[in-house]
Ligand binder design. Sequence first.
Ligand SMILES: NC(=O)C1=CN([C@@H]2O[C@H](COP(=O)(O)OP(=O)(O)OC[C@H]3O[C@@H](n4cnc5c(N)ncnc54)[C@H](O)[C@@H]3O)[C@@H](O)[C@H]2O)C=CC1
Ligand SMILES: O=C(O)[C@H]1O[C@H](OP(=O)(O)OP(=O)(O)OC[C@H]2O[C@@H](n3ccc(=O)[nH]c3=O)[C@H](O)[C@@H]2O)[C@H](O)[C@@H](O)[C@@H]1O
Length: 482
Amino acid sequence: MVKICCIGAGYVGGPTMAIIALKCPSIEVAVVDISVSRISAWNSDQLPIYEPGLDEVVKQCRGKNLFFSTDVEKHVYEADIVFVSVNTPTKTRGLGAGKAADLTYWESAARMIADVSKSDKIVVEKSTVPVKTAEAIEKILTHNSKGIKYQILSNPEFLAEGTAIQDLLKPDRVLIGGRETSAGSKAVQTLKEVYAHWVPEDRILTTNLWSAELSKLAANAFLAQRISSVNAMSALCEATGADVSQVSFAVGKDSRIGPKFLNASVGFGGSCFQKDILNLVYICECNGLPEVAEYWKQVIKINDYQKSRFVNRIVSSMFNTVANKKIAILGFAFKKDTGDTRETPAIDVCKGLIGDKAQLSIYDPQVTEDQIERDLSMNKFDWDHPVHLQPASPSTTGGKKVQVVWDAYEAAKDAHGICILTEWDEFRKLDFQKIYESMQKPAFIFDGRSIIDVNKLRKIGFIVYSIGKPLDTWIKDLPAAA
Ligand SMILES: NC(=O)C1=CN([C@@H]2O[C@H](COP(=O)(O)OP(=O)(O)OC[C@H]3O[C@@H](n4cnc5c(N)ncnc54)[C@H](O)[C@@H]3O)[C@@H](O)[C@H]2O)C=CC1
Ligand SMILES: O=C(O)[C@H]1O[C@H](OP(=O)(O)OP(=O)(O)OC[C@H]2O[C@@H](n3ccc(=O)[nH]c3=O)[C@H](O)[C@@H]2O)[C@H](O)[C@@H](O)[C@@H]1O
């Protein structure tokens, strides 16, 4: 029986391996992690991540050919194929701080593989890494090889959170990069056969190592660039009376552009877009390409601008101060159908409002109070962030200014304004008449996700701001602050 071990039981390692186990009953899959609490959760009824459809898949395979364990070394030792799916965050100190990928976790995984292996192995980069990482890994492994042969493959993951299971079951493509040698091609073929259990052959692309590594960074950069492009348009729409949803629809009808990923928003979040673009920027700079670096930096700058613009709209609409005003925050996760808050725009928006002394009442169906408090008190690294988006001092964050509640109506009760920061389906179905009646007047609503019916809410009596939509007369006459 072929044995696979995946180092890193996170958002990628867990779901990806669960699907391999589901689709390949003849393969034994072990997912290992240094985090005891994460592994215990994977072995319990309360999985460590919320992802629609994941529970069923894990329940079906766990204990049969899918195992979660903290015995990292044992499973690596036994495996034929070792996936490495550890985190690769942005470096916060030292050379390249604020941009370069921090490969500490990757390197320690590679050194551990070298230490414990007694048989030849295929080592697969699943984490998103800088181009040429495979070369560094190869060096670590071969310098400690004790005669063991390793083949390094790059097999980046393209799943999106919230739709991970569907993305894994029906991927647009699976990308496998390897060395262009006979041993390299053999390793590529071995991994291809794993995916071929359920992915049509024409969707399994094979390239050289560097193309696979760079394609992942490029794909995320292109996706994020679309959002920054439409968000830049949203500012112009507000200035001119155009409606950004109509503009996106019309633009997306061009088959060369396509309709997906053109929703204007308060900004993109998630653990990867910003981190991967910063990494790309750093690689460009290191390769003597400052103009290319500058081009990609703009994607992040517009994203920061969009969050900052949103905060300014709120403060300026509410008589230029939100001090001691209750503001309901609906949604804290970086997108719907996930409890993940990494780099969520909600952090920057909440910090901006707290910086202006607002009282926040936050509701998200999947994010815990602990997580929200941690996020709002953590010092995020501040790459080129506008001053007011930088972390507020610890005295202005913390418990007193923030209340976390378990109901949208409770959050909105007695509030002066509501901000919608995540597009949870349940927010579309709220009884806004009831909410309006429970709020202070004038009652404001700021929609950062374009999910509300602007005209209907204006009829109820709300003063409405929805990103990229024609402005309420109340707001139109105010100076555009951003
Ligand atoms: N989150 C996402 O949707 C996607 C993430 N990626 C990439 O996949 C990689 C992993 O991302 P996530 O799963 O979100 O990260 P994560 O933080 O959820 O999971 C990583 C796990 O690796 C474990 N780990 C770190 N060092 C270890 C070691 N030496 N031995 C054993 N376990 C170790 C950590 O304890 C953690 O549980 C990153 O490079 C990310 O850029 C790629 C596509 C999608
Ligand atoms: O490398 C990764 O981590 C992954 O990053 C993204 O996936 P993810 O971040 O999970 O979610 P997305 O659906 O891409 O959304 C990212 C952010 O962009 C925002 N977004 C998305 C689409 C859109 O039209 N407008 C918009 O503001 C979302 O609300 C969210 O905050 C990519 O879509 C995946 O292909 C990739 O594998």
